[in-house]
Design a protein around this ligand. Structure first.
Ligand code: ADP
Ligand code: MG
Length: 701
């Protein structure tokens, strides 16, 4: 019965009806009773506590006060009017305020009758008020007896305007539970419930909406978080298993001349232990007969390129082609230069394909690619175009994954009958919980060690007052033969203001560092790509000493002689961007510096970002800070944020639970891969529901 009820449209429920039904659907995405059931409160207020006005906390908080209305008045404001009531008890008075529904509310309000007022307390200097309070006439002594942990549901302004208050939501939820007497179907197996001491699904749902006490609430949260994370992990693991069953991979069973001769004769440096470990991991995937899908995380400068190249050599040894896709033209160009230099002595043919490749050149490239003459194709997402056909692509490398979506990964798969092995590299370390959730279907490799001899980058926070000293410092560094980056925020290429700041900055730098003693370059997104490449090249060749740029140089750019990174308006950059930018220096043998220039007043978040940058150079640590500041959705960009909108689990706080749940899911998939055991039927059923699109827990696609 319950199942049928849960599929019913929300209008069916007592207290909803057509109008509210439309609103709930539009504003909260609640269409069925099931959606409503899984619309969880986002916080709870303790209604066992009553305040006297004199003792109200001096912060924004949910409070409950017993008192009387002594005065009611309408006050004109810039737009319309507001209704204000003075509310007092024996210790003092506060204001109750309404911005909407004056007429109706004014009619209801009675003076000199005891009310319990409940709502969010706001302070304006010494005065405080509660906007749109819940008012109860009920005898407060009675109220105290019934007092409970009260749920507060996420809502929207429109719902509030249309008088669907939190109280309304609570009432609707009560009606739902009245109908749902028999409860819901269990989704987890008895084994899992008992091993992990989880309460049943029905109890958990009831307690998440109407907890009797803190303990019950915690049990409910734990059970539902477990369930949510469990089904995400299970789907990821199933997807991975399906891929492995469905697709054979290219079997690279030999390590031949390309690899061996490069490794013994041409390797420009000794590999770090971490690099060696990752190459071993990749080799073992290549030899397994299954398609590799591997994520390689390594901080800026940890040496991912050489790992990718050595892996590519194994593919060449097995007669396959390789491609490397980078997110920007500058980066593709740079990879092309680096890789050509090491590949050509081995007799490997390399070409570059980007959006600005000329037609004639493309034609030749396409031919060589199709005939198999071309072995290594480096480029931008131009490579993903359906017109680009390989003879036999065996291995695809995606650099700087955070700019690529899942869909783009899939395009590479289609470039050969047997999909190529895929290595996704990212220099923006991803917090562990996100990696498990977003890339749970990928194997994970980490380079957690920088090449020897790297000197730490000294990072400092400065403001405009320090401008002269900084210019002196830049001049001293240039005198030593070093080069300088100065980066301006151009967060959106279209922003006129940002563009003007950049140009003003460029002018004043050109004034402070005049020719012919100093040469200043500029690179930004509005320039033609040839011009960008030309300016970059001048800087690489040390023809210019200062590079003024926007974040186009954020990823991958490598100029070992640059020793100073100045970031203007650093408070406007995100933490991972700052870390990426800083990673442009500290690539040579000399001491290097990063200066974060900001205004004098900083928001709390900006302060945390800047302080974290000054404190640490560890990208994984910064990624954790970033996750706390921004939340998982924003952190990973819009493309991936959808699948990170969890209902109840929180990737910031539930890392330990997630790790445990993933282990449980892995064990389950090993013990009972097709979920055919009787015990696991609830899980199999739930999974099936999820995959048919009817499930409540996010389907990861
Ligand atoms: P990223 O991981 O940021 O892509 P790169 O692959 O560009 O880093 O490597 C950064 C620099 O470090 C390059 O100049 C590279 O040649 C150098 N490098 C990489 N591995 C080592 C190593 N084991 N020892 C010394 N230098 C290395
Ligand atoms: Mg790189």
């Amino acid at each position: 019965m319950a199942a049928a009820l849960l599929e019913k449209p929300i209008e069916y429920l007592k207290g909803v009806g057509p109008n509210r039904g439309i609103l709930l659907r539009k504003e909260l995405g609640i269409s069925t009773c099931k959606d409503l059931l899984y619309h969880f409160p986002n916080r709870y207020v303790d209604r066992t506590r009553f305040y006297s006005i004199a003792q109200l906390p001096k912060v924004q908080a949910d409070v409950q006060v017993v008192g009387k209305i002594t005065d009611i008045r309408l006050i004109k404001q810039s737009k319309g009017k507001r209704l204000v009531a003075t509310f007092s008890d024996s210790t003092g008075e506060i204001e109750l305020v309404w911005f909407r529904g004056h007429q109706w509310i004014q009619k209801q309000l009675k003076t000199n009758v005891p009310y319990t007022a409940f709502g969010r307390l706001m302070w304006y200097g010494p005065r405080c008020s509660i906007a749109h309070p819940e008012l109860d006439e009920e005898d407060p002594s009675q109220k105290k007896k019934n007092a409970i942990f009260q749920p507060v549901y996420p809502s929207t302004e429109k719902l509030a305007n249309r008088n669907i208050t939190n109280r309304t939501m609570r009432q609707i939820m009560h009606h739902l539970f009245e109908e749902l007497r028999v409860g819901v179907r269990e989704t987890l197996s008895d084994d899992i419930l008992s091993t992990h001491r989880l309460i049943g699904a029905t109890d958990a749902l009831r307690a998440i909406h109407f907890p009797k006490n803190l303990k019950e609430l915690e049990q409910a949260q734990n059970r539902l978080k477990f369930e949510e994370l469990f089904f995400i992990q299970l789907q990821l693991l199933q997807k991975k298993r399906d891929q492995q069953n469905r697709f054979k991979g290219h079997l690279f069973d030999r390590v031949g001349d390309y690899f061996n001769s490069f490794y013994s004769n041409h390797l420009p440096f000794a590999l770090t232990t971490a690099q060696k470990r990752v190459i071993k991991e990749i080799r073992s995937d290549f030899g397994s007969g299954a398609q590799m899908n591997r994520l390689l995380q390594g901080d800026v400068g940890s040496g991912k390129t050489i790992v990718a190249f050595l892996s590519a050599l194994i593919a060449f040894d097995n007669g396959k082609q390789v491609t490397m896709v980078a997110p920007t033209e500058i980066l593709a160009q740079q990879h092309f230069t680096t890789l050509s230099k090491i590949a050509e002595p081995l007799g490997i043919s390399v070409r570059l394909l980007t959006g600005s490749s000329k037609t004639a050149e493309r034609k030749e490239l396409h031919e060589e690619l199709l005939s198999g003459k071309l072995q290594l194709l480096v480029g931008t997402h131009a490579i993903l175009e359906p017109t680009v056909h390989f003879n036999d692509l065996g291995f695809a490398i995606i650099d700087e994954q955070h700019r690529f979506g899942v869909a783009q990964r899939a395009k590479l798969w289609k470039k050969n009958k047997i999909p190529p092995h895929i290595l996704v590299m990212t220099a923006t370390p991803i917090p562990r919980t996100l990696a498990m959730t977003l890339y749970g279907d990928l194997e994970n490799s980490i380079i957690d060690e920088l090449p020897p001899g790297r000197k730490p980058i000294t990072t400092a926070h400065r403001t405009d007052n320090n401008r002269l000293a900084i210019n002196q410092f830049i001049k001293a560094e240039i005198k030593k033969g070093k080069q300088i980056y100065i980066v301006y925020p151009l967060i959106e290429e279209s922003s006129k203001m940002d563009y003007k700041d950049l140009m003003d900055g460029f002018e004043s730098i050109s004034r402070d560092f005049p020719q012919p003693v100093y040469q200043v370059s500029i690179v930004h997104g509005r320039m033609k790509s040839e011009d960008k490449a030309y300016e970059m090249q001048r800087f690489v060749e040390r023809k210019t000493q200062i590079m003024v740029a926007t974040t186009v140089i954020e990823v991958g750019v490598h100029v070992a002689n640059a020793s100073v990174m100045i970031i203007e308006s650093a408070e406007r950059f995100g933490l991972s961007q700052l870390h990426q930018l800083r990673g442009r220096v500290g690539r040579g043998d000399d001491k290097s510096y990063c200066v974060l220039m900001t205004g004098n007043k900083l928001s709390n978040d900006a302060k945390t970002r800047i302080q974290s940058m000054v404190r640490t150079q560890d990208g994984f640590e910064l990624a954790e800070v970033d996750l706390k500041l921004r939340g998982p959705g924003d952190l990973m960009g819009t493309q991936q944020s959808g699948i990170l909108q969890l209902r109840i689990a929180d990737l910031n706080q539930d890392g330990e639970l997630l790790a445990k749940v993933r282990a449980v899911a892995i064990k389950l998939v090993m013990d009972d891969p097709a979920l055919t055991k009787v015990n696991n039927k609830p899980i199999a059923d739930t999974l099936q529901l999820l995959q048919s699109g009817k499930g409540i827990w996010k389907y990861i696609s």
